[in-house]
Design a protein around this ligand. Structure first.
Ligand code: ADQ
Length: 477
């Protein structure tokens, strides 16, 4: 189990004592014609984690609405000051789909796919980061804490520091930070490290991310490293790890509701009341290992170790980054596999793989988690993986088995899952069999431990620990 951070921090605080400004690629709200305000909350854990804190402290959020050339004037919603940053159609292609999702994303995930490194895309990335930095510099109150999120905005900290040395700047990376051998491929590697070293605090999901970043700063920029403090160009940045989590109480409450129970049993009936439901829930991303688990399932049906009359697999894949070619290829491969497996092993009216290329509502998702006897979370590489934590929180019956890749950040904490190396085909098949055949007593012991862990380290705790660290570094400055 990991510590919350490597730094010696002040105790967690419920709310920031100084004004807080969040910067993230996306705003916490998205356009919605159906609501009175014209906006509804954006989906996702980050918004759910930070909204209560911002509401209480009257914070500010800088980000993109998600639509091209959309620049509404700043507004206040739910007590939060929202400052939209405009992104053009061309910039979506170059900064977002290009540099961020076709350059950095594969590089930061073990170079699982070839990265595109293109100077036009880099220019757009630089330009959009500058726009964020200027907006932040103009609106951050004196003495503010500015908290920048994720790989799309890594240049913002140094750009902001040049304009506003008075504010405390922190950054959290939601995805892995790669080892120096991979990171060094990036033609703009020095600029990215310099960008992040504009921070007072740089946070990662896992200790390895913090260690990789520190090694890059030392080897590429000759920065001085003293324990968890990196000094470069006369400025100190503290580095730490802060594993993100979910709202355990919310998921548990939803899972316990009567509507969810009803939906769970409807799902089981519609699936033909199988003995075992194997479940996968992911964005349709090549990092998530969806094809791999389909192939493992097929191999087990072929060898007779799993019986198609007793088991079904449900795979829900959220559409994502559809304009990027690697994602189109991945989708075709998954859909080809689903077709092949169903063609071979299904019976009339009873497909053996149920595949949805859809975004489900949170209610449906929680009911599906409850219905899943074995949850397959098998990424090749993942910053954390919240699905693994949601599955444990939803299993209020204390039953169910989680098969979890060692390469997900969640594996540091969720050591009572059936941990597996997804690159090892046979090991994955054996992990699935272990999960399917596990005795009830062991299932309950493991699930109890998983649930305790997620309950103890929930998303509020994550936000509190990060905030305490920010306040602590700003006091040292
Ligand atoms: P993601 O790569 O998006 O996040 P993950 O952590 O699994 O991955 O979060 C996915 C979220 O989307 C979950 O909360 C899940 O409920 C939801 N979701 C997935 N499929 C869905 C579907 N079909 N319908 C509806 N909702 C669905 C990035 C990093 C992760 C890191 C998070 C948070 O890649 O490693 O855990 O940020 O830091």
């Amino acid at each position: 189990m990991t510590e919350a951070a490597t730094t010696d921090l002040a105790p967690a605080k419920g709310n920031p004592t100084r004004p807080i400004v969040i910067a993230a690629n996306r705003l916490p709200v998205m356009r919605d014609d159906e609501t009175e305000t014209g906006w509804s909350p954006s989906p996702g854990g980050l918004v759910r984690a930070l909204l209560p804190m911002l509401r209480d402290s009257g914070g500010t959020w800088v980000g993109w609405t998600g639509e091209a050339d959309d620049a509404p004037a700043p507004f206040t919603i739910d007590g939060i000051d929202v400052h939209p940053v405009e992104i053009s159609t061309e910039e979506i292609e170059l900064y977002y789909e290009g540099f961020s999702n076709d350059g950095l994303w594969p590089l930061y995930h073990d170079a699982l796919r070839e990265s595109t490194f293109d100077a036009h895309q880099w220019d757009a990335y630089h330009r959009v980061n500058e726009r964020f930095a200027i907006t932040l510099a103009n609106i951050a109150p004196p003495d503010a804490i500015v908290w920048v999120h994720d790989y799309q905005l890594q240049l913002v900290p140094a750009m902001l520091r040049r304009q506003r040395p008075d504010v405390t700047i922190a950054f959290f990376l939601h995805i892995p930070f790669p080892p120096v051998e991979l990171f060094s491929r990036l033609p703009w590697r020095d600029q990215i490290i310099e960008g992040l070293l504009g921070c007072d605090l740089v946070g990662f999901q896992r200790p390895i991310g913090a260690a990789n970043f520190t090694a890059c700063a030392h080897q590429l920029l000759d920065a001085k490293v003293d324990d968890d403090v990196i000094t470069h160009a006369g400025h100190d940045s503290v580095v730490g790890h802060f594993p993100i989590s979910i709202d355990f109480a919310e998921v548990e409450e939803m899972a316990a509701g009567r509507a969810t129970r009803k939906l769970t049993s409807q799902f089981r009936t519609r699936l033909g009341d199988p003995e075992v439901i194997l479940l996968g829930v992911d964005r349709l991303d090549y990092t998530k290992g969806i094809g791999l688990r389909l192939r493992a399932f097929a191999a087990l049906l072929e060898s007779g170790e799993l019986d198609a009359e007793r088991c079904v697999m449900v795979q829900v894949a959220t559409p994502t980054r559809e304009a990027v070619e690697h994602y189109q290829d991945e989708r075709h491969e998954i859909e080809r596999l689903v077709g092949e497996i169903n063609g071979r092993y299904s019976r009339i009216g009873l497909p053996v793989v149920h595949y949805l290329y859809q975004t489900l509502s949170y209610d449906d998702l929680i009911a599906l988690y409850r219905a899943g006897d074995v949850m397959l979370v098998t990424p090749f590489r993942d910053g954390m993986n919240l699905v693994a934590k949601e599955y444990a929180a939803a299993h209020i019956d204390g039953d169910g088995v989680l098969v979890l890749s060692e390469f997900a950040g969640a594996a540091d904490e969720l050591t009572d899952a059936v941990l597996v190396n997804p690159h090892d085909d046979r090991a994955l098949q054996e992990a699935i069999i272990t999960a399917v055949e596990m005795h009830r007593g062991e299932r309950r012991t493991r699930m109890g431990a998983l649930r305790d862990q997620v309950r103890r380290m929930d998303v509020q705790g994550w936000a509190d620990r990060f905030l305490a660290a920010m306040e602590s570094v700003s006091e040292r400055a």
